[in-house]
Design a protein around this ligand. Sequence first.
Ligand SMILES: Cc1cc2nc3c(=O)[nH]c(=O)nc-3n(C[C@H](O)[C@H](O)[C@H](O)COP(=O)(O)OP(=O)(O)OC[C@H]3O[C@@H](n4cnc5c(N)ncnc54)[C@H](O)[C@@H]3O)c2cc1C
Length: 301
Amino acid sequence: MINTMIANMMPFMPKSLVRAFAKKYVAGKFPEDAFRITKELNEEGALGTIDLLGEFNKEEKKARATVDMYKLVLDNIVSQNLGTNISIKPTAFGALLDMDFCTKNLTEVISYAYDKKVFVRIDMEDHPYTDFTIDLYLKLNKDMPGSCGTVLQSYMKRNLDDIRNITANIDKANIRLCKGIYKEPEKVAYHNRKKVQENFLESLDLLFENKAYVGIATHDDVLIDGAYDLIKKHKLTKEEYEFQMLLGVRSELRKKLLADGHTLRIYTPFGEDWLPYSIRRLKENPAIVGSAIKGFLTGGK
Ligand SMILES: Cc1cc2nc3c(=O)[nH]c(=O)nc-3n(C[C@H](O)[C@H](O)[C@H](O)COP(=O)(O)OP(=O)(O)OC[C@H]3O[C@@H](n4cnc5c(N)ncnc54)[C@H](O)[C@@H]3O)c2cc1C
């Protein structure tokens, strides 16, 4: 209860204080921080997906700087031989300004990555962008097969229809499946936790049935256990799916997934705009506020 109250007050607290709570979720401010964390993950046996923070951007100049920064990241992925791909968000590339401008920017980064043989995940944001994101994914996969994949959210009531549409249009769809993080109206999204879990497993079953490569993105034990059962049911080899987790969340689960022999990818955000991302993570799990305070008081012992 107290942790929840503190998490809700985070947007009004001094940045330096929030950073102390939030630092485990973000690699750091600079691309070098993301490269360093990726190397550590690779040594541990995990892969990465690097994300430049800065969603819901309303400045043209910043959208173009995002394109340039992702190109620098891609150059380094190749030159440093990092085991990672990238994740990109339409609203960081100008979706709030002009959809054509945004499409041009996203396409520029995906083409650049395609030339370097690095896969790009187009993250899924809130529902005004769902059609846009899926349509762009379908179009770019026609022009540059295998260049990119997208994300589907099991809280969305339309999810099974989206899976049928995507898998009917792409031979080997590449989908990250997650619950969904945005505050969506009941008209479009389930609010009931059990229903979101059921839809996740039904979606995963349908994706596997339609031969999609799935990034199973969850830290929920019910869904991990359900995914283990579905992997067995569909007799999948470890090349046909992967698990995905967020940096800083449930490191013991990370170890278990790797020990069980699964491919595991860790979402690795970096950038100056770490604040909104971190607040979202803290609100998602206010218990972390309590352990951070304990860490302060005990000097981390
Ligand atoms: C790799 C990856 C990419 C994602 N991409 C997107 C995307 O493109 N679009 C989108 O809408 N959403 C995305 N998400 C977020 C996702 O939709 C969920 O909001 C988030 O993963 C929490 O759901 P969960 O399935 O882990 O279940 P939860 O029930 O939220 O979590 C299960 C357990 O994990 C632990 N846990 C969860 N969150 C935290 C935390 N912040 N700190 C500490 N412990 C925690 C807790 O022990 C919790 O009980 C992504 C998630 C992952 C893992």
